[in-house]
Design a protein around this ligand. Structure first.
Ligand SMILES: Nc1nc2c(c(=O)[nH]1)N[C@H]1C(S)=C(S)[C@@H](COP(=O)(O)O)O[C@H]1N2
Ligand SMILES: [Mo]
Length: 545
């Protein structure tokens, strides 16, 4: 009988398997009793809410749209490390490992039950997961210790037997237990070791199958996709005409309408909220004389019109891609607010998502007859994609998304800036944030050499709710020259622009700037995205061969 050669490594592995059992049991229980009660996702969401601003910016800057995958991988690594440490501690100093798993369980349970929309049953995945993982940790760590102790005893009393290793593995259960030799220290040790490996193997494999399986089933059987597919949007009572020349035919420039699949996505939701339209409602509350509640059918029954609005994220860097343009189907928010009759002291509407996210939008922006702030149900001819806020979201021309474009909308609270604060306000962003006039070069691109000869410099410019008057381009140290613009659909929509260019081989600088219809020149001075959006003229270096 041989003692475990790397007991610490086995103890660490025991810890990891116990954590896997914890998570698998939790996922299984979540699937059955509380669909949104996955502790690992709840902890991830909690982390998203508490990580400092610089870390968030680093993640977005480094991983872009994969920032959440990065978060989950980091969380996974942290869990593996903590679990390994817990396993080792339980092996050398029980019950410290159990204490660690219990504390992790309590923390995960708190994170789960405090998520927006959690039911009381959401306590179960974390609690039962802790019990399952704790039991496995207890049994396996004890087994490992017994194996070690028995092997040591066997070596002391019966050293030749210490070399018999193959038999320890190949002896079947019945022969081992029925054998008269079972009472010898060596045989007892073999049994312990075999039992240890059997439970370890079953736990590891079982956790992997059950955990992954439960999560996959949870996602796949979530009926929201089916519910969305069954939605038939009414025809808009008014459409937005697209003028001739609204779309330039230039290779490399962004399309005028961003296809839904390519539309940037920014939100704090680790998993896309599932909203069942049959139970969804929108309440208008707060400083209103006539609080009201609307169902999804109520909204579909309203006078739905088409609006074309370009959405922009405050996190968009100069030259960045967190901008998209869509044809929205919806109803002006002012028509709904009018029914609720806001009181005169109100100056803000706090819109709330089912996942707890909130945005603060000036009431004036939502009641202005000349600004089409809308509740949208459709995006480019289909119901809102799940990631873009199904079933209902807000879209306000001219305001960054974080202060206006609440997805998975469920409440409009009419209130005041003095009284209420939105999600991003205590996290380093301004409570009010109009979109800054901006322009961007789409082609050519840095790092993608072009050949000498006639070509076009082209891109996009936007000044939602004001409109773009002029775009200018500077090549190397030349003068600013006017770009040709596409015909704008409206002032809420971005425009495409281009200039002809016939470069020589070598390196060239290209810069762009825009002027809006109010006569404002785009801000030259660079500003970071926090607290209220980046500024600066984009300047790029291109190689011509
Ligand atoms: N519920 C919810 N709505 C949200 C957000 C969010 O985190 N949660 N992010 C906002 C931000 S910062 C932006 S820029 C827009 C992005 O909308 P999109 O993902 O459809 O492009 O949604 C806004 N609405
Ligand atoms: Mo954003």
């Amino acid at each position: 009988m041989r003692a475990p050669r790397h007991p610490w490594a086995w103890a660490a592995f025991v810890g990891i398997v116990s954590a896997a059992v914890f998570l698998a049991v939790a996922e299984l229980v979540a699937l059955v009793v509380a669909r949104n009660g996955s502790p690992i996702l709840a902890v991830g969401s909690f982390v998203i809410d508490i990580v400092p601003q610089w870390a968030k910016e680093f993640a977005i800057a480094t991983f872009g749209e994969y920032d959440k995958i990065f978060l989950l991988v980091s969380l996974g690594i942290a869990i593996v490390v903590a679990a390994a440490v817990g396993g080792v501690l339980q092996y050398i100093k029980p019950p410290i490992g159990l204490v660690i798993i219990a504390m992790a369980g309590i923390a995960a349970t708190i994170a789960t039950v405090t998520r927006a929309g959690a039911t009381p049953l959401a306590v179960l995945p974390g609690v039962l997961g802790t019990l399952g993982g704790g039991a496995i940790l207890f049994i396996l760590a004890r087994g490992l210790r017994a194996w070690h102790r028995d092997a040591a005893a066997a070596t002391a009393t019966d050293s030749p037997a210490a070399d018999i290793t193959a038999a320890d593995f190949t002896a079947t259960d019945s022969t081992a237990t029925d054998s008269p030799a079972a009472s010898s220290p060596a045989a007892r040790a073999a049994l312990d070791r075999r039992g240890f490996f059997r439970i370890l193997g079953i736990s590891a494999a079982g956790a992997a199958v059950v955990g992954v399986g439960a999560r996959v089933v949870n996602v796949a059987t979530s009926s929201i996709t089916a519910i969305r597919n069954a939605v038939t949007l009414p025809k808009p009572s008014a459409t937005v005409p697209v003028p001739d020349g609204a779309e330039l035919d230039i290779d490399g420039v962004s399309p005028l309408f961003t296809p839904n699949e390519d539309f940037y996505r920014v939100d704090t939701a680790l998993t896309v909220p599932s909203v069942d339209t049959s139970t969804w409602s929108l309440t208008v509350t707060g400083l209103v004389d006539e609080p009201l509640t609307l169902s999804f059918d109520d909204i579909l029954g309203m006078d739905l019109r088409e609006f074309v609005v370009t959405l922009t994220c405050v996190s968009n860097e100069v030259g960045g891609g967190l901008v998209g343009n869509a044809r929205w189907l919806g109803v002006p928010v002012r028509e709904i607010l009018a029914q609720a009759a806001p009181q005169s002291k109100a100056d803000m509407v706090l819109s709330r998502s089912v996942d707890g996210f909130t945005a603060s939008t000036p009431l004036a922006s939502l009641t202005d007859d000349n600004l089409d702030a809308i509740l949208a149900v459709g995006m480019n001819g289909e119901p809102l994609p799940l990631e873009h806020g199904f079933p209902v979201r807000m879209v306000v021309p001219g305001l960054y998304g974080y202060v206006s474009a609440t997805k998975w909308l469920t409440e409009l609270k009419v209130t005041t800036f003095a009284e209420d604060e939105a999600y991003w306000t205590p996290r380093g962003y301004s409570a009010e944030a109009p979109i800054k006039l901006s322009s961007r070069i789409d082609t050519p691109r840095t790092g993608k050499a072009i050949t000498a000869g006639p070509t076009k410099v082209a891109g996009m410019a936007w000044a939602q709710s004001v409109g773009i008057e002029r775009v200018e381009v500077r090549i190397d140290d030349g003068d600013w020259q006017p770009a040709t613009m596409s015909s704008p659909i409206n002032d809420d929509t971005w425009v495409q622009w281009y200039v002809d260019w016939e470069p020589d081989a070598g390196s060239h600088y290209l810069a762009v700037r825009a002027t809006d219809k109010a006569g404002n020149l785009q801000i030259e001075e660079r500003a970071p995205i926090a607290p209220n959006g980046s500024s600066g003229w984009q300047r790029i270096l291109v190689q011509v061969t």
